[in-house]
Design a protein around this ligand. Sequence first.
Ligand code: NAI
Ligand code: AKG
Length: 354
Amino acid sequence: MEIFKYMEDYDYEQLVFCHDSVSGLKAIIAIHDTTLGPALGGTRMWTYSTEDEAIIDALRLARGMTYKNAAMGLNLGGGKTVIIGNPKKDKSEELFRAFGRYVQSLGGRYITAEDVGITVDDMEIVKQETDYVVGLRGKSGDPSPVTAYGVYHGMKACAREVYGNESLKGKVIAVQGLGHVGSALCKFLYDEGARLIVTDIFEENVKNVVKEFAAEYVEPDKIYEIKCNIFSPCALGAVINDITIPKLKCDIIAGSANNQLKEPKHGDILMQKGILYAPDYVINGGGVINVAEELTGCYERERALAKVSKIYDKILKVIEISKKENIPTYIAADRMAEERIEKMGKIRSNYIRK
Ligand SMILES: NC(=O)C1=CN([C@@H]2O[C@H](COP(=O)(O)OP(=O)(O)OC[C@H]3O[C@@H](n4cnc5c(N)ncnc54)[C@H](O)[C@@H]3O)[C@@H](O)[C@H]2O)C=CC1
Ligand SMILES: O=C(O)CCC(=O)C(=O)O
């Protein structure tokens, strides 16, 4: 792939390739934009089929973090890491320590945390080599339950828009991916009286959710065609695409997965079909709000949750812009984030003697 062309097209700052022969580490740290502050974004460990696929994932996820951090009102830029490997087989102390040393070498330009395939335990090892890691034990911990809390509030805002009432009681919700976020989300939905239809590629994850939350299981490729009120993608990205859109029978798409739209045009098609799409980086910003609280030096769960519940208002704001300007919600969200980056960028360019 033409890496510099891609970086130029989307205005990336830095791409770091990290290799260590002792541990077998192959990691890519992408820093998209640091106008608002140091780049913060989690680390994903995944079995990519090609190196290009891993590079593209790191770049797309990093850019998403720039928009997410801006939309969440944080003074943070956007970055992300991918580690190429199987999270079930390839983890070791040396791998995460080698990675931690690369994060440290960036001197605080990039701060890392958990993402798919990574746990708090892994980040505890990374911490041995770097000061620039959040989501730690005894501090903010695993961001996933808080991400789920934000998704839950965002879903309620969508329900208010579509059904005139924010209650999710009796609503049929199809959840794709029952990992850290998806399973926590199912608990909020079950407690409110929603009917859950779920799927995952790991049987163990399915078993727990089906048992605890009276959920119905469907095969992974069947989840798109479920007739439901809300489809909630909580696995990987690009699941809203040319193949899946014709199958969808939902009123709302609201889930935690990053980069849900395969291409921007898919957001346009959803609007034409009358499906309300809650932009991924707005509805799933709870995790980053939570880990960013750790940077204040005195993490308080209640304060973090209060901020995260405001995702409800942010989703309503995006819907308002979308209706007023007659544009898809993903563009409305981009405008909201870009406006903040531009204004803050200008304000912060004023000279102040330190
Ligand atoms: N953990 C967090 O706080 C945040 C997570 N996200 C995003 O939310 C999504 C889920 O994150 P986590 O729950 O942390 O990851 P996770 O790794 O704990 O869970 C992902 C789940 O998706 C399942 N999965 C993968 N491919 C699938 C498929 N084709 N069909 C059905 N299930 C499939 C996996 O088996 C796994 O159980 C990711 O896209 C992540 O980037 C976004 C913001 C914060
Ligand atoms: O929630 C996290 O783990 C940190 C932020 C992040 O990587 C994300 O929101 O995707």
